[in-house]
Design a protein around this ligand. Structure first.
Ligand code: GRF
Length: 215
């Protein structure tokens, strides 16, 4: 496996970025983070990027095409093989997606295609689903619609709040995001239309009969 170069885009807290940094340090990521880019000047994520080039490109007032081009230029400068969105609160435009087709990943705190968009842990609690989770997917032109790479499911309990559910899901985000990146680095992911085939993953014939049942 040749280690890949990763550009991470983050706008906020940066706990997923932290998980990626730790995975890289311990050799679990299959690559190295070469740049952290934020659209928010005082994003806490930037503080976590110690030793990694961290760049702020403010997005306020810029239209999507112009901003996209600035992002592409920055990412190219660092020669990233893969772009990882980690709480990046701006939609990428068609130009960016086309420039990095099937080379942009996002982590989303719900089991897509259920609950795309924002505040999805609250939506899951309000809807009354018994199981939710998180999804790592490739980014396409839509909002949280790209091909799904990996998902983790968690129970949703009767006394859950948005916060308790978000915390339960977040632990698994930190686990599956590095895993997805490693699969990519190992060349084990192949996009076939909407589906991502993962070489070496359990198949229907051999997988154990697991199910998450709640209650
Ligand atoms: C995470 O819940 C992620 O799934 C979503 O935005 C949040 C970012 O959190 N896309 P953090 O900044 O990584 O802590």
């Amino acid at each position: 496996m040749t280690p890949i170069a990763l550009g991470v885009l983050a706008s906020g807290r940066g706990s997923n970025l932290q998980a990626l940094i730790e995975a890289a340090h311990s050799g679990r990521l299959g690559g190295e983070i070469v740049a952290v880019v934020s659209n928010v000047e005082d994003a806490p994520a930037l503080q976590r990027a110690r030793g990694i080039p961290a760049v702020v490109i403010p997005s306020r007032g810029l239209d999507r095409e112009v901003y996209d081009r600035m992002l592409i230029d920055e990412i190219r400068k660092h020669r990233s093989d893969l772009v990882c969105l980690a709480g990046f609160m701006r939609l990428l435009g068609a130009e960016f997606v086309a420039a990095y087709r099937n080379r942009i990943m996002n982590i989303h705190p719900a089991l897509l295609p259920a609950f795309p968009g924002l505040h999805v842990q609250r939506k899951a609690v309000d809807y009354g689903v018994k199981v939710s989770g998180c999804t790592v997917h490739f980014v396409d032109e839509g909002t949280d619609t790209g091909p799904i790479i990996i998902q983790a499911a968690v129970p949703v309990y009767d006394d859950d709040t948005e916060e308790t559910l978000a915390a339960r899901i977040l632990r698994h985000e930190h686990r599956i995001y590095p895993q997805a990146i490693r699969l990519f680095a190992e060349g084990r992911l192949q996009v076939q239309g909407r589906r991502v085939i993962c070489w070496g993953a359990p198949t229907a014939g051999e997988a154990p009969p697991v199910a998450l049942v709640n209650p």
